[in-house]
Design a protein around this ligand. Structure first.
Ligand SMILES: [Zn+2]
Length: 174
């Protein structure tokens, strides 16, 4: 698995222009720190180390989840899916209007499609995924004109990618 392209610099895709403001009282780096803490929990459980948080516009953290497909015997239990489910339950709403999701790895096609259904305001990710990323790397699921959330990649990309690179290099035994 080649992960050398994961640690790209910050790239802002939509809206064009300055970095969007984070939820009240939060910073993008601080939210990514929370997602990274979740990724470490995944690593400790032997799961691919990916973590995600959902923040409401008022800064409340509605969900902080990590990858658990192995432990939950559930191929859909990616960090983003679990975070959206948790946030939806917290709000009592299947739509996460105005919320942002921050995740350590560029979402895959399954998660990107679910992100569209959730009607999030924005999606922020850390490392790019050159093999399966469905935001910009391999597909542009969030780029539907007038429908998709704004999205931004590269926040703490090196730290996010380093966790994944360590995980996969240990698995390869190199
Ligand atoms: Zn996914």
């Amino acid at each position: 698995m080649c992960l050398t392209d994961m640690a790209r610099p910050v790239r802002i895709f939509a809206p064009a222009g300055p970095v969007p403001s984070p939820p009240a009282g939060q910073s993008w780096e601080g939210l990514m720190d929370m997602a990274l803490a979740e990724a470490l929990r995944a690593e400790a459980e032997g799961e691919v180390p990916v973590g995600a948080v959902v923040a409401a516009p008022d800064g409340r953290i509605l969900a902080a989840c990590h990858n658990q497909p192995v432990g939950l015997h559930d191929p859909t239990a990616h960090a983003e899916i679990l975070a959206m489910r948790t946030a939806g339950a917290a709000l009592g709403n299947y739509r996460l209007n105005g919320c942002v999701l921050v995740v350590t790895l560029e979402p895959c096609p399954m998660c990107a499609a679910a992100l569209l259904h959730a009607r999030l305001a924005g999606v922020v990710y850390g490392a790019a995924d050159p093999l399966a990323g469905a935001v910009t790397s391999c597909a542009e699921y969030l780029g539907w004109p007038g429908q998709g959330p704004w999205h931004m990649g590269g926040v703490q990309a090196e730290a996010c990618a380093a966790l994944l690179q360590k995980f996969f290099s240990l698995r390869r035994g190199v």
